[in-house]
Each structure stands twice: as C-alpha cells, then as structure tokens.
Ligand binder design. Sequence first.
Ligand SMILES: Cc1cc2nc3c(=O)[nH]c(=O)nc-3n(C[C@H](O)[C@H](O)[C@H](O)COP(=O)(O)OP(=O)(O)OC[C@H]3O[C@@H](n4cnc5c(N)ncnc54)[C@H](O)[C@@H]3O)c2cc1C
Length: 286
Amino acid sequence: MAAGKKCAFEQEHPNLRTGTGTVTGSRPVAAATWMVEFTAPELAGAAEPGQFVMLRLPGLYSPLLGRPFAVYQTDRASGRVRVIYLVVGNMTGKLSRIETGTPIEWWGPLGGGWAPIEKEGRPAARRIVMAAGGIGYTPFYMLAEKYAALDAPPELLLLYGARSRDRVPDLGDFEKLGVDVRLATDDGTAGRKGTVADLLREKGLLVPGESLVAACGPRPMLAAVFETARKSGNTPCWTSLETPMSCGMGLCFGCVIEYRGDDGKTDSRRTCVDGPVFDAYRLVWD
Ligand SMILES: Cc1cc2nc3c(=O)[nH]c(=O)nc-3n(C[C@H](O)[C@H](O)[C@H](O)COP(=O)(O)OP(=O)(O)OC[C@H]3O[C@@H](n4cnc5c(N)ncnc54)[C@H](O)[C@@H]3O)c2cc1C
C-alpha cells in the first residue's frame, strides 16, 4: 500500500486513536467501585458523550485482551480522562490496585455514543430522563455536561438505582450541572425503596411527546425501564448496552446482539460499532 494511503480499516475508523497513558489518580468512589484517571490527550480531545474506550494493562498476559469502559469525564486542557468501574473480575481487580505513574494502554473513542438521541445536534426531547442502574451511570456524565451547556438546555433528570447505600457513588458531579438526581435502593437504605423503574413510574415524569428515556445498567433493569417507557405512551427509549467484547472495533464479533430491522425481521448487530446505544424498541428482550 502506498505510503500515506489509509487501509480499509483506517477508513472505517477515522477517529480511532491509540496510546499508552500514565495513571494520574486512582481512588474508590463507592463499595467495589473505583475511579481511574490517566493521561490520554488525543482521547480527551475526541471522545463524545456515551463513547467508550478499551483499556489494557501493558506487559500482562492475564488479561491479554483489553476491556471496554465508558468515558466518564475528560479534561481537554490537561489531556486527562476518567473512567469509573465496578470491580467484577480479573482486569478490574488489577486496575483497582494500580498505582499512580503506571502505564495504561488505551484505544478509542469507540462506538457512536448518544448521537442517536439527537436531531440536528439537539436533544430529541424537551425532557431527557437518564435511567441508570449500578455502574450504568458512567456514560451519562458527558451527556449531561454537553446538554447543560446548551443555550436552551433540556430538562435533565438522573434516576439512579443501586442495591444499597454503600453502592451509591457521589452523584454531586451531576447535581453541579443542575441535573435533578433521584435515588432508589433495593433495600431502602438510600433514597426511595425500590428500583429505577419505580422512579420512572412516578406520576408526571414521562410526558408523552416531551420525554425521552436514555438507560444504562444491568439487562433486567433495562428491560423494566423499557417496559415502563413503552406503557407510558410509547415514550422513546434508548439503551446503552454493556455486552462483553474483546476488540471494541468490530473485528471479533464477540458482542453481537439481536436487533429488529425496518422489515421487522431480527438481524445481528455488533454492540461496539453499531452501538452501544440502541433503540430499545428494536432490541429483542426475551
Ligand atoms: C460499551 C461498554 C461500556 C462499559 N462501561 C463500563 C464502565 O464504565 N464501568 C464498568 O465498571 N464497566 C463497564 N463495562 C463493563 C466492563 O467492560 C466489564 O465489567 C469488564 O470487562 C470486566 O472485566 P474483568 O476482567 O474485571 O472481568 P472478567 O474477569 O472478564 O469477568 C468477571 C465476571 O464478570 C462478568 N462480566 C464481564 N464483563 C461483563 C459485562 N460487560 N457485563 C456483564 N458481566 C460481565 C463475566 O462473565 C464474569 O462472570 C462496559 C462494557 C461495555 C461493553
């Protein structure tokens, strides 16, 4: 191939960057939940709300592959990126023990982010209801930050559900943006006793023609949120999926999900390149 000419893969992923950053901070933010901050100026400059990044710990063969994480916050001035994660296994366990100054490999930004919930660069509804369960609040901060900065911002709500108080992170970042944060826990130790779907069912929250639900969290929670939106006058509902994946770039087909096309027939979609945000009305839930 001629020097300077882009191969098919590069043409398909014009914004893909990769690099090795340095960890600049790591701290717990709730039970089993950590924030890692690292330098990645190209990623900080390019990431859009709802996009994700693959992270890999260099020099390790376990895990050999990277893992996907939503880009939580970026600071373009310092070139730093923050990711918040739940410790569930090999990579996240090792990441929680990482020290400042350690190198970390990344590639991204990946996926289309929350672009599908916009029309001509504006949120597609007057009220954006962000519904998050557990670690599923991470793709929402950049969305709230973008929308709060608009000349005529939409009404922004974050409905957050967790198992119990110790699992609830500090959601002050959202409150500072003017987001109306509402909380529910399974055991009632913080906020209302119940689930995110219970919060969504509160009277007057889903106004037909005015509200849009954007959801992220465990699949049963997403299904309940979708069902609530559907029963509330078919309120638009978009879900950011966290399907496990190996490459994040459409090569491994590890993150395939079932999707209903325009003709009503089900087809496959890759969460990494076709998502991670999908119209909940097009997903196959059972
Ligand atoms: C687009 C996207 C964005 C994501 N954003 C975040 C984020 O911001 N913060 C965060 O904490 N996590 C996020 N995840 C999930 C995260 O990628 C996994 O938790 C991580 O890969 C686990 O790696 P591990 O090596 O620690 O776990 P492993 O050792 O690989 O697995 C441990 C256990 O967790 C299960 N598991 C692994 N991945 C997932 C998954 N995606 N969903 C459900 N169960 C899983 C495994 O089946 C196994 O039981 C995201 C996933 C995707 C696809």
